[in-house]
Ligand binder design. Structure first.
Ligand code: GLC
Length: 743
């Protein structure tokens, strides 16, 4: 009897063994994504669908509370996870557990020319974003460097579409492997900060497709970015945050993208356009001038895609399909991030992430010049790397040697767990040989204005520095720009191309006092260097984040051999730059529109074609060793239509120390029915060679690498004929040339 009753009891539970409470499909991660989305949509009311299309705070959106669907938590920025912001005011929340690792600015990442650096960067920043429970990281920025005056160039990856296209992909993948979405920005043509809120960019189809869109296309098609941010500016008269050409025709239809398009903050201006032209999530709207609603009495349901939108849907003046399409994309983003229960936990491993920041920094620092010419006889070699035994007094000069450059600059600003200055790191190596003086004092940025420094202070700082330089064996000048307004900063452009705060006069005084000056430029932009002939050693050191000091010291001391290459050109003078060589209609425009008259000739494309030598060219970067290029060989002298040709070249490290070289391959179309640049970057490879070691590098070139955008046919094409391959150590240091014919 007993056995029977036990059997009956067990058999009662059998059906439940292994069964789980039947989850609704939208919650069930074993279901296909589209099934989950369809199920959620079928359960949501119209009000709920509209609610998820706009912000409910400064950086967050509604989910669907009734269904247990969470909203999205977003955070800046491209160089580190920003501190917590107040829910609805533009101020910080004042938390004490939200410090981050500041990684080098993206110009530095681009300057590494090493996709592996982009991967470790994305992975590490993604781990911190995940740990901070962020679903969307507002970056990377991939706008093209069109003019050295643009205040936000430091956040982007330089002047070449191919370099930006290659370098952004591993960053995006590294972040998104953490279950955090990237929000690639600012789509598109946000190439200046002056007039950014409304200026309309007039640009040709060729420049749009060949220069300004490729990095976004790569981010979407190779990087599979889950979200993307519209830019503030207009494109041909329509705001980028709801522009049918870029958001709908090109991005969603043309590139077949399934992500969610997010507006830049306060970048939405019209309900109907936002409803119909491809915007999915409206962020940052903080007032409704069109309704006389100011900042103080604005509530998030007064967003363009909120109650106004709901009214038009209810009246049938806008199709329900528009909100269903938005909701689908937003739900897909939520399912990929906030509702993804399989995502890693992330971490705040400051030690590991600082090591990543330092590695990227040392790999991105560019040695621009290192010459013995003009030095007194006692200097028997170039000043770099600095041999401590040669010197008893090393004078460090410059505000940037101690300045916290992770602060300021706009939305990419960071509250760091630590930031080691250049001065501190140099003292770590050279001890009490190091003396310091400020040399110059930058003005203060009082939000909407810059407070200038009185002349007496500037003069006395300069005189002190010159006096101390006379008594030193070696001078290390650490200058450049900073994150003040009108320097490398959002929402304003630079006012001059020269070094600010009296640095040219200071440099002149230092060089007169002591010719042995190593100049370290910390900036995100090119600068004018009129004294370049008298400057024996120059290093472009970017904004390097938490490990700025150790990264610079690693390079100056020779612990690491520099291998960075410039991601943008240094024109000798501003008007040499294409965008700045016409009238103000091409930069900064008249406040209403700006005309990209240089067209496809951006950066080295301009300098090459117009025969204007740059001070330091795109792709330039020296090493403490030397590299010799052997003969280049082609697998064939002809390429069939749709075929490929393999180019091989051997490179040898002929110097005394190990080093890395970036082998760059450019292609020129020798004869074409349309204007094309003399040459364009199409391949590159960074190789690590021991002293005396050789390596052969091969590149497969396909017809796709030869194409231009045919604006008449609205498609990419290559015309048969002769093409020249340029292989070199920079865009201006071409070591090998070979030709082949496309049949
Ligand atoms: C800003 C920036 C954008 C940033 C956003 C949120 O104005 O243009 O890059 O992510 O607002 O701070």
């Amino acid at each position: 009897m007993k056995t029977k009753s036990i059997f009956v009891a067990i058999s009662f539970f059998v059906p439940f063994i292994g069964a789980k409470a039947q989850l609704p499909a939208y919650m069930d991660e074993s279901q296909p994504m589209e099934t989950r989305i369809n199920d959620a949509i079928s359960r949501m009311t119209l009000e709920e669908k509209v609610a998820i299309c706009h912000a409910n705070s400064k950086f967050n959106t509604w989910g669907v509370p009734r269904l247990g669907i969470p909203g999205l938590q977003m955070s800046d920025g491209p160089h580190g996870v920003r501190e917590e912001m107040d829910w609805s005011q533009w101020k910080t929340a004042g938390w004490t557990n939200d410090s981050c690792t500041a990684f080098p600015a993206l110009t530095c990442l681009a300057a590494t020319w090493n996709p592996e650096m982009a991967w470790i960067y994305g992975k590490a920043i993604g781990e911190e974003a995940r740990y901070r429970n962020k679903n969307v990281l507002l970056g990377p920025g991939v706008n093209i460097y069109r003019t050295p005056l643009n205040g936000r160039n430091f956040e982007y990856m330089g002047e070449d579409p191919y370099l930006s296209s290659v370098m952004c992909v591993p960053y995006i993948k590294g972040v998104q492997e953490n279950g955090v979405a990237c929000c690639v920005k600012h789509f598109a043509l946000n190439n200046q900060e002056k007039y950014r809120w409304n200026i309309s960019v007039e640009v040709s189809d060729r420049a749009l497709h060949e220069i300004y869109l490729p990095a976004f296309k790569s981010a979407v098609q190779q990087g599979h970015a889950w979200s993307l941010m519209g830019a503030y500016n207009q494109i041909r008269g329509t705001h980028a945050c709801h522009n049918p050409l870029t958001l709908q025709k090109i991005l969603k239809d043309g590139w077949n993208w399934d992500g969610a398009a997010v507006s830049d903050w306060d970048g939405t201006h019209n309900t109907r356009e936002a409803a119909l032209n491809g915007l999915d999530i409206e962020m940052g709207t903080a007032s409704r001038k069109d309704k006389g609603i100011g900042f103080d009495d604005f509530t998030f349901d007064q967003s363009y895609l909120a109650s106004d939108y709901l009214d038009l849907l209810r009246k049938g003046e806008l199709p329900i399909s528009t909100v269903d399409e938005k909701a689908r994309r937003i739900l897909r983003l939520i399912f990929r991030t906030a509702m993804n229960t399989r995502k890693p936990l992330g971490n705040m491993d400051y030690a590991a992430h600082s090591a990543v920041a330092r590695k990227i920094g040392t790999e991105g620092i560019v040695l621009l010049k290192n010459s013995q010419k003009g030095l007194p006889k006692k200097y028997t070699s170039p000043l770099l790397p600095i041999n401590a035994n040669l010197y008893s007094h090393i004078l460090v000069v410059g505000d940037n040697a101690t300045r916290r450059l992770t602060e300021g600059g706009g939305s990419s600003e960071l509250k760091v767990q630590h930031e080691t200055s250049v001065l501190a790191a140099l003292k770590e190596i050279y001890g009490d040989k190091i003396l310091y003086t400020r040399g110059y004092a930058p003005g203060k940025t009082l939000y909407d204005r810059v407070e200038e420094v009185p002349a007496e202070l500037t003069d006395s700082l300069r005189e002190t520095a010159a006096r101390m330089a006379r008594e030193a064996d070696l001078v290390i000048f650490v200058g450049g720009l900073n994150k003040n307004k009108h320097q490398d900063c959002e929402d304003a452009d630079r006012l001059t191309y020269g070094l600010p705060f009296g640095q040219p006069e200071l440099l002149k005084a230092l060089l007169e006092a002591n010719p042995a000056v190593v100049t370290v430029l910390m900036s995100g932009n090119a600068v004018e260097l009129p004294q370049v002939a008298d400057m024996p050693s120059i290093v472009q050191a970017w904004y390097l984040g938490s490990e700025a000091g150790p990264a610079v010291a690693d390079i100056l001391s020779g612990k690491v051999n520099p291998s960075g290459k410039l991601p943008f050109s240094f024109p000798v003078k501003l008007e040499d730059c294409g965008a700045n060589s016409f009238g103000k209609e091409t930069y900064p425009g008249d406040g209403k529109k700006v005309e990209y008259k240089e067209d496809i000739l951006v950066g080295y494309r301009w300098y090459d074609t117009k025969n204007i030598p740059a001070l330091f060219p795109f792709g330039h970067g020296l090493s403490y060793t030397q590299f010799e290029y052997g003969k280049a060989t082609l697998s064939s002298s002809t390429m069939q239509a749709g075929g490929s040709v393999t180019v091989s070249v051997s490179v040898k490290n002929t110097g005394k120390c190990d080093g890395k070289e970036v082998v760059q391959l450019y292609i020129g179309d020798d004869k074409c029915s349309v204007m094309r640049p003399k040459k364009e970057l199409k391949k590159f490879a960074k190789i690590d060679l021991k002293s005396g070691e050789s390596q052969t590098v091969s590149f497969d070139i396909t017809e796709k690498d030869l194409q231009f955008f045919d604006d008449k046919q609205q498609t990419w094409t290559a015309e048969p004929g002769k093409f020249t391959i340029y292989i070199g150590s920079s865009s201006a240091d071409i070591r090998r040339k070979e030709s082949f014919t496309l049949l």
